[in-house]
Design a binder for this molecule. Structure first.
Ligand code: NAP
Length: 440
């Protein structure tokens, strides 16, 4: 029997579990047991807390993870934080392989003066707020001002802009949490700047997601034709990027007419970098410096200007949270690893391995690849010596840990479904105590 611990129940964790079931299934080593740990009492990580609440079709992938979760050889071990309740070394003593699939839930800092001012948030916090992550549910961003600045031109920037721009009606069918829906319904934001440090050809926005900005009820994008490169230069772009840029061109061509009757403008500002944030307690302005492209990189020009803003959300990427005792690559913001191997018996996968890039599906080959490493390492080791889940249960009992199982989660989920407003799939619990209580 092989015992595998996976830390993190998001996409990378479940694809790894799926791969482990296949690799160690009947006919190959006979048997495997997989424990999937999560610090929250609820599973699915990024799917629940990261993917935008109005992108329900993307969230539907959790049904595939549920199939894995319901396999007899797999357990969900919720409400247990590895590195706090149980150390990585303890897990390594109990399981043949420990795979860290903890994602990258911490904001990469902007690194400019004034970042600590009120109403300045990183996207992990802001997205966590509207998705009801217990750590960020109390964020209470002030949306009473007229102007928001979003820093970065990736898909998270698009998510944040779209959520800020939508009417309450446009959230029907979504699982945006009530506190965010209420705050957004009262929002006064009229101008949402999306600030990019490079140009239109360097955006990191995918076509489908960018196209959505052109279909909003009360908001429309503003792209200035003068900011776009010559059309012929688009030919050098790879097809997906060319499609994204064609959306920018369509927004520019639609011009003022497309914004008539739409009180909210999503204003694309290219080639600017943030220098400082100002305000008395709460942010009031951002100092920007114009940049130019040199060999694909953004280079400051020395020309600066000040933009008054009431809210800032920086969407410039994420970092993995270090775990005591696990080597960390500070520059990369992820665990130090070689193709997923940190040390014999200790691995990482997904964003915790390669950083925050790619789609949810990218984690599938990642999960299968890390299990190949585990298989190769285990082939060289003797089987049957580790205690696995039974050993963990004894440790959990000794420490008085309140472990939440998948059956418990299904009860929590049922309570969330019953509490849903009309047309919504669920009303999430936004604090751990309420989740535990709902387990019954
Ligand atoms: P991302 O795609 O890496 O984009 C980050 C953006 O921030 C880039 O425009 C980058 O500009 C900019 N940036 C980085 N450091 C900066 C700095 N110091 N100052 C100013 N700008 C800076 O990251 P993301 O938007 O967080 O998305 C993470 C991953 O999740 C991506 O793979 C994304 O596609 C995926 N995702 C997908 C969806 C979806 O709906 N399909 C939704 C959300 C996220 P440079 O290019 O100049 O570095």
């Amino acid at each position: 029997m092989r015992h595998i611990a996976i830390v993190g129940s998001g996409p990378a964790g479940y694809y790894t579990a799926e791969a482990a079931l296949k690799a160690f299934g009947p006919g190959n080593e006979g048997a495997v047991r997989v424990d999937i740990f999560d610090m929250l009492p609820v599973p699915f990580g990024l799917i629940r807390s990261g993917v935008a609440p109005d992108h329900q079709s993307i969230k539907a992938v959790s049904r595939r993870y549920e199939k894995v979760a319901l396999d007899d050889r797999v357990r969900f071990v919720g409400n247990v934080a590895i590195g706090r309740d149980v150390s990585v070394d303890e897990l390594r003593g109990l399981y043949d392989a420990v795979v860290l699939a903890t994602g990258a839930p911490r904001d990469r800092p902007l690194g400019v003066p004034g970042e600590e001012l009120g109403n300045v948030f990183g996207s992990a916090a802001f997205v966590g707020w509207y998705n009801g992550h217990p750590q960020f549910a109390q964020l209470a961003p002030d949306l009473s001002g007229k102007t928001a600045a979003i820093i970065g031109m990736g898909n998270v920037a698009l998510d944040v802009a779209r959520i800020l721009a939508k009417t309450p009606g446009e959230f029907s069918g979504s699982d945006i949490v009530a506190h965010a829906l209420d705050a957004l319904a009262d929002s006064n934001i009229e101008r949402i700047f999306i600030l990019g440090r490079r140009g239109p050809h360097q955006i990191a926005m995918t076509p489908k997601e960018l196209g959505e900005l052109g279909e909003l009820d009360r908001a429309a994008p503003l792209v200035r034709a003068r900011d776009l490169p010559d059309l012929r230069e688009d030919e050098a772009l790879e097809p997906g990027q060319r499609k994204s840029v064609s959306h920018l061109r369509a927004f520019a061509a639609a011009g003022e007419a497309a914004r008539a009757g739409k009180p909210v403008t999503i204003d694309f500002v290219f080639n600017v970098t943030s220098k400082a944030l100002h305000g008395a307690g709460r942010v009031e302005a951002i100092d920007l410096e114009r940049t130019r492209l040199a060999a694909g990189r953004s280079v400051a020009t020395g020309e600066t200007f000040r933009l008054p803003v009431d809210l800032v959300v920086s969407c410039i990427g994420y970092r993995t949270v270090p775990i005591p005792g696990v080597p960390f690559d500070e520059a990369g913001g992820r665990f130090a690893n070689e193709d997923g191997r940190i040390a014999p018996g200790l691995y990482c996968v997904g964003w915790a391995r390669r950083g925050p890039s790619g789609t949810i599906g990218t984690n599938r080959p990642d999960g299968y690849a890390v299990v190949e490493l585990v298989e190769a390492d285990l082939a060289a080791a003797s089987a049957g010596e580790k205690q696995g889940g039974a050993g963990f249960d004894a440790l959990a009992a000794e420490r008085g840990l309140d472990v939440v199982s998948f059956t418990d989660w299904k009860r929590i989920e049922e309570a969330e479904t019953i509490a849903a407003r009309e047309g919504a799939p669920r009303e999430k619990f936004v604090d751990v105590g309420a989740m535990i209580k709902a387990r019954g």
